[in-house]
Design a protein. Sequence first.
Length: 647
Amino acid sequence: MYIFNTCPRDCYDTCSIVTRVRNGKLHTIEANDKQPFTKGFLCPKAQGLSQYVYSKQRVLYPMKRDGPKGKGKFKRVSWDQALQDIADQIRERSTKYGTDSVLQFDYAGTMGLIQREFPSRFFNAIGASRITHTICSRAGDKALGIVWGSSLGMLPEEIEQCRLIVVWGMNPAWSTPHGIDMIKKAQKRGAKIYVIDPIRTATAELGVHLQIKPMSDAAMALGCINHIIENRLYPEEFVKLNTTGFERLVEISRKYDLNAMARLTGLKTRDMEDFIADYVSLRPNCIMMGYGMQRHRNGGEMIRAIGILPALIGENRGFFYSTDIDDFDRAYLEGTTLTSRKKLQYNMVDIGRTLESGRIKMMFVYNSNPLATLPNQTLVRKGFARDDVFTVVHDLFMTDTADYADIVLPATSFFEHFDIHTSYMHQYLSLNEKAIEPLGEAKSNSDLFRALAGAMRLISRELFEEDEKIARTLISKSKVVEGTFEDLKKKGFLRMKVPNRNVYATPTKKIELFSSAAISEGLGGLPVHVDVEKKLPYQLLSPVHRLLVRSQYHQMHLEIQPVVYVNAKDAEDEEMENGGTVTLANEFGDWTVRVEISANVPRGVMVSYSVLWPKLSGGKNVNFLTTDFVQKYGGNSAFNSTFVRVA
């Protein structure tokens, strides 16, 4: 039997899968070669999906804590008992402390529309508070929204036709296998590749590597802007007709001549002249911007400055950041009509301080592993260890977060439930059918919250709506999906129409080089280079390991253990030996980790891959050192503006 599935991970590619099932079990898992973006191959992470589903480490039954928080000691209970205990705790704490004291803690463990968003109906119905999804890409979204009205740029097939591709702060060789394949195809047709990154990544091997100083990207972009303006390399007619604020941009860019830019970025003026000449002359071109770059204290400023470059040379939407093009009714999907009150929200980046305040008395964690992924782990764990906070965790595995739960509930893999998926890279809606029955007593997110609504004796029909009915409704109301729900069932995917990219959803309806709206939000009318003070000698960057999707899959790759990559001269100065250990420290704590000397890392910078499970990594990971600073653009995280010393 053939089943259409979709990889639900927080990944650009959102691969379409064809699954063969025999005797009720997964038999083969292959790429859907008919889906234009997936193109017949899956990433290395997908090779172990069957092992993931049938892992002996799966949580298969509800469990209740039977020991101190954090020790991972539990006893099995029935679903009826677990649901009743949870319902009683919600009622008790809502009555005593208010419904806002119950926190919905979720993120992107699955990106499926229904399994990710449907649970919000339950939390809206009970009046719970919620964390904001600000850990990843909100700064860049906000920055590009200011300039272009949205983060919608070029599509994959358009990038593949470019004569120049600038990969800026992104490592698609690790983060998007189909994306790097696209870049290689463009290169074979003659495209020139520039890679702008502080680290010499696998992607940097493809083209000209400009090894920029971390956090100086806005200075580079503004220097490019200055040079383009000074040498009149911009199309005056396009700028006049399609942008606003050009004269103000001229003023602010004047102080970023090539010499100033070289001083701030560490790049050579000749290299910059060559880059600008290629960028202006090789058309069409695209700047592919990564998410890690905007996880700095000045990350929003950097994306905003870079985002202006395509407009300045007349390349309309000549960038790639995040292609979210669906028009699905999110209010219906999340059941916003189930509550009449404004939902109280807490920034997930800063959740440690929220828990410290004592305002939260109950947490329901699903689609997330905060005790691996969040910054300032010592403070976050202190909050999760509070005896006055009742915590429920719904997961497939006993993560660090599950160890701190009062009740752990077994979750399904994506082969065990229904869903539909969009992508933030390509323009295809994908189907995920239920291929096998849930293992043990596992429940999907939607089944869990339907059951919990029943245990709470809630009666709103939206709380019990079935998955396929929700999908049918979303698709039938959409104006961009090219086909019906029945078409999706037949093909496994449908194309979505791309909005008119000559329309800009900004206050002026133009590309805003200068923004009055941004001023009113305290963000400044123009992007600027912001110096970030380094109080400690080394900047610690923490990109995600190529075999992981955030913290997912670490339990399948125990060979991945913590390591910090250090420049040879820094290692010599600090008397560090290759293969030895070093203790790094800052205001958040300390961490002893193995050292590997690397020529790919510049002086003054250290790199350690995330997000490893601390319980599988000697008790700590890099997030015991990362900053929980909240930047002003989108309330986003600033993981990569972490500084350490050798203790």
